[in-house]
Design a protein around this ligand. Structure first.
Ligand code: ADP
Length: 394
C-alpha cells in the first residue's frame, strides 16, 4: 500500500487528493484557496466531514507546508515520509511530452521554455511543483499532462491550415486538453468491456464547465476538439468554442478594445453565460429553459448541436465508433442534455433509453438495445489517473 498525493496547482489555489494505491481509495481531499490574498481558505475532508479554516497564506510554499501539517494534525499521516509520491497535474507539455514523467531539473527547464504556450496555467503549475519539491525533496514527483494523451494525433488532425512556419517556428498547432480524463475513460471503457485497449474505438464527450470531444481509435487519441488553447471546439460554460477568427479583429475595432480583451471575453463571458445572459452553470440553464427562458434553451441547444456535429464527425473518423461516452459534470449528471445530444444523432441509429438515461454520476449504459451505437455514462476521475501514473513511475 502506498499513499500518493494528486495535486492541481492554480494561480491562487491548490487542490489535493491523497489516495491509497493500488486500491485507489481516496483517503482525503481538500483545497487551499485565495493563496497570496487575505483570508485564504483551507478546507479538508476528515472522515467524510468538511473542515474549513480561514487564515492568511502568503504563497504556495506556505500552502504546501500547511496542508502537509494538517494531514499530520488530523492523524491522516504520521510523518511526511508516508507520502510515497506526488503527481502534479500540468496543463501543457508542448510537443515533447507524450506521457507522464518524473519531474527533474531538465523537465522544469523545458516547461519554463514553453511557458508562453499556457502562461496563465503553466506558471502556477510550476510554482506548485517547486513548492512541493522543496518541502518533500526525497519524494518522487511526477508530471501528468493535460496534453499528453493527444500527442498521438496525426499531423492531419493537429495542423492548422496556416503558413507552415507558424508551426515549425512558433509551435502553433492543436495540442488538445483534458487528456488525463480522456485517457481514464478509454482505460475504464476497455476494462468494462473486457477488451484490449488497442481494440477500443470510441468518441468521448467530456462536458463539464470546460468541455472537449475526443476521437479514440485503437485506444489512442486521433483528434480532439480543443486546440492550441482550450478555447477551440464546442461552446462551454464561459468559452465560445469555434468562431470565425475575423470576428476578433472586428469586435476589437468596433469596441475600441485591444485584441486581448476580446479574447478574454471569448474565454470568460461567452458560451452558456454569453448566450443565456444568465449563468455559466448547466443546472441554472436546464431549469430556466424548463420555465420557458428562450436564451437559456438557446445556449443549451447551440452547445448540443455542436457536440453532435463533433460526435458525428469523429464517429466517421474512428472508422465507426462502437460507443459514445458522456463524462464530467454535465455529461455525468444532466440527463436532459444527454437526451438532447442523443436525439441529434438519430441518423446514425443512436437511440437513448429514457429509463436508463435517468441516472446521475454512475456508470451506466443509456442507449436502447436497438441503438446502433451504444451510449454510456462513465464518471471520470483525473486524480485516480494521476495517482496511477505516479505509482507506475515510483
Ligand atoms: P470543470 O471540472 O470543468 O470545472 P465540472 O466537470 O465540475 O466542470 O462540471 C461543471 C458543470 O456540471 C456545471 O455546469 C454544473 O452545472 C454541471 N452539473 C453538475 N451537476 C449537475 C446536475 N445534477 N445537473 C446538471 N448539471 C450538473
Amino acid at each position: 500500500m502506498k499513499k500518493i498525493m494528486a495535486v492541481n496547482a492554480g494561480s491562487s489555489s491548490l487542490k489535493f487528493q491523497l489516495l491509497e494505491m493500488p486500491s485507489e481509495n481516496m483517503i482525503t481531499s481538500g483545497i487551499v484557496e485565495r493563496i497570496g490574498m487575505s483570508k485564504s481558505v483551507f478546507s479538508i475532508k476528515v472522515n467524510g466531514e468538511k473542515i474549513e479554516e480561514t487564515l492568511d497564506i502568503a504563497n504556495h510554499g506556505d500552502a504546501v507546508n500547511l496542508l502537509l501539517n494538517k494531514l499530520i494534525e488530523h492523524d491522516i499521516i504520521s510523518s511526511f515520509d508516508e507520502i510515497a509520491g506526488v503527481g502534479h497535474r500540468v496543463v501543457h507539455g508542448g510537443d515533447k511530452i507524450s506521457e507522464s514523467v518524473v519531474i527533474d531539473e531538465a523537465l522544469i527547464q523545458y516547461l519554463e521554455e514553453i511557458i508562453d504556450l499556457a502562461p496563465l496555467h503553466l506558471g502556477p503549475n510550476l510554482t506548485g511543483i517547486k513548492a512541493f519539491k522543496e518541502i518533500l525533496p526525497n519524494v518522487k514527483h511526477v508530471g501528468v499532462f493535460d496534453t499528453a494523451f493527444h500527442q498521438t494525433m496525426p499531423e492531419e488532425s493537429f495542423l492548422y491550415a496556416v503558413p507552415y512556419d507558424w508551426y515549425t517556428k512558433y509551435k502553433v498547432r492543436k495540442y488538445g486538453f483534458h487528456g488525463t480524463s480522456h485517457k481514464f475513460i478509454t482505460q475504464r471503457y476497455a476494462e468494462m468491456m473486457n477488451k484490449d485497449i488497442h481494440d477500443v474505438n470510441i468518441v468521448i464527450a467530456h462536458i463539464g464547465n470546460g468541455a472537449s470531444i475526443c476521437a479514440v481509435k485503437n485506444g489512442q487519441s486521433i483528434d480532439t476538439s480543443m486546440g492550441f488553447t482550450p478555447l477551440e471546439g464546442i461552446p462551454m460554460g464561459t468559452r465560445s468554442g469555434n468562431i470565425d477568427p475575423a470576428v476578433v479583429e472586428y469586435m476589437a475595432s468596433v469596441k475600441h478594445k485591444p485584441v486581448k480583451e476580446i479574447i478574454n471575453q471569448l474565454n470568460k463571458k461567452s458560451g452558456y453565460l454569453g448566450l443565456s445572459d444568465l449563468s455559466s452553470d448547466s443546472r441554472d440553464l436546464v431549469s430556466a429553459s424548463k420555465e420557458g427562458n428562450h436564451q437559456a434553451a438557446l445556449a443549451i441547444n447551440v452547445q448540443a448541436k455542436r457536440i453532435a456535429d463533433y460526435i458525428a464527425s469523429y464517429h466517421n473518423y474512428v472508422g465507426g465508433a462502437e460507443a459514445i461516452i458522456f463524462t464530467a459534470g454535465i455529461g455525468e449528471n444532466a440527463k436532459e442534455t444527454r437526451e438532447n445530444i442523443g436525439s441529434r444523432l438519430a441518423a446514425f441509429g443512436v437511440e437513448i433509453d429514457d429509463k436508463r438515461n435517468n441516472c446521475r454520476g454512475v456508470e451506466q449504459l443509456i442507449s436502447t438495445d436497438h441503438s446502433k451505437i451504444k451510449v454510456y455514462v462513465i464518471p471520470t476521475n483525473e486524480e485516480v489517473m494521476i495517482a496511477r501514473d505516479t505509482l507506475a513511475l515510483l
